[in-house]
Design a protein around this ligand. Structure first.
Ligand SMILES: [Zn+2]
Length: 150
């Protein structure tokens, strides 16, 4: 995981935040999701469509996750781009839980996205699943402004 995540806020509603971890999302897409957060509590893009939960993490962690969520034949979310409503208790609880679940990750290369699924299952925030294409292929420059006009 990258050192410091970038937090971008909506100018229209500063409680609508995007936490970016070493990936890029277009300004247009960021703004669109900020608007959709009026109806949803969190939002995140799917990971690669051919990489499911059963392909992620270590054997032990997959087992831990399967015991909780029952079935690993499901898509993963890319936790490197997470939109959330900070004025929403369930969204805040989800983010806190995500931190807890990441500590249970046994993967050598750092927190995997099984933690995200476990946190989803436990807190059940209203999540808007975004297309994979929301993550830009190459990392570009960090936005100059941390607030976007909508
Ligand atoms: Zn892991």
């Amino acid at each position: 995981m990258d050192a410091d995540p970038t937090v971008i806020r909506s100018e229209r509603n500063p409680s609508h935040a995007l936490v970016l971890n070493g990936v890029d999302v277009t300004e247009e897409d960021i703004k669109a999701v900020f608007k959709w957060l009026d109806a949803w509590e969190i939002a995140a893009p799917f990971r690669d469509y051919d990489h499911l939960a059963c392909d992620e993490g270590t054997v032990e962690e997959r087992q831990l996750t399967a015991e909780l969520i029952g079935d690993l034949r499901q898509p993963l979310y890319d936790s490197r781009a997470l939109w959330m409503r900070e004025d929403n208790a369930r969204a805040r609880r989800f983010v806190k839980r995500l931190g807890t679940e990441r500590k249970k990750c046994t993967c050598a290369e750092g927190p995997c996205d099984l933690a995200f699924l476990r946190a989803l299952w436990k807190v059940k925030p209203l999540i808007l699943a975004l297309p994979r294409g929301f993550i830009q292929p190459e990392k570009g420059p960090v936005p100059a402004s941390s607030r976007l006009k909508e």
